[in-house]
Design a protein around this ligand. Structure first.
Ligand code: ADP
Length: 191
């Protein structure tokens, strides 16, 4: 199985690039943000809890999100592999993911780290807010999300670096060029 984590700050293009990766490599896309937005739309118990955190730009607690991911992994098709988008977001989630995959006899092959500078991240988030109406894509929440990213998610860079799995990808320029860089990395690791 080819299991890849796509990693990066809010607005770094994880979702956009994931869509292209799944088309080309046939991986199963797991986006915790999309799943949570689905739960909110369905007004499920998890959705109602999650909405309170998401609207403030905070992370949904590890315990809830790890349980949600474990259930999804149990139901997901396992022929080809997964692209994990927006998960893990904390060290605890990273460790939980390794454990869950180990139980299935597999592991993460690479963590693609999309690098984009902060001013561009904010610009992209605000633009997406206008286009998609995503409620957390406003200036105040974007700043809160970035703060959370630097304090809680960035330590995962070291986690994957120590495992020899971190691959830095320049996340600026046009979408096709970024995707080309990603493909070169993926092709190298699956060879
Ligand atoms: P972005 O990367 O632009 O912030 P996402 O759709 O990945 O967008 O996430 C939106 C929000 O959903 C996050 O700000 C957070 O509140 C919540 N969320 C998504 N994934 C996780 C996760 N793995 N752990 C905790 N909260 C999460």
């Amino acid at each position: 199985m080819v299991n890849i984590v796509i990693f990066g700050a809010p607005g770094s293009g994880k979702g956009t690039q994931s869509d292209l990766i799944i088309q080309k490599y046939g991986l199963h896309h797991i986006s915790t943000g999309d799943i949570l937005r689905g739960e909110i739309a369905n007004k499920s118990e998890l959705g109602i809890i999650a909405e309170g955190f998401i609207s403030k730009g905070q992370l949904v607690p590890d315990e809830l999100i790890i349980r949600m991911l474990a259930e999804i992994l149990d139901k997901a098709p396992t022929e080809k592999g997964f692209i994990f988008d927006g998960f893990p977001r904390t060290l605890e989630q990273g460790e939980a993911l390794d454990k869950l995959l180990k139980e299935k006899g597999t592991c993460i092959l690479a963590a693609l780290n999309l690098e984009v500078e902060e001013s561009e991240l904010i610009e992209r988030i605000l633009k997406r807010g206008v286009l998609s109406g995503r409620k957390d894509d406003n200036l105040e929440t974007a700043h809160a999300r970035l703060k959370v990213y630097y304090s809680q998610t960035e330590p995962l860079k070291d986690f994957y670096k120590k495992q020899g799995k971190k691959i830095n990808i320049k996340g600026t320029g046009n979408i096709e060029d970024i995707f080309e860089r990603i493909c070169q990395s993926i092709d190298r690791i699956i060879k």
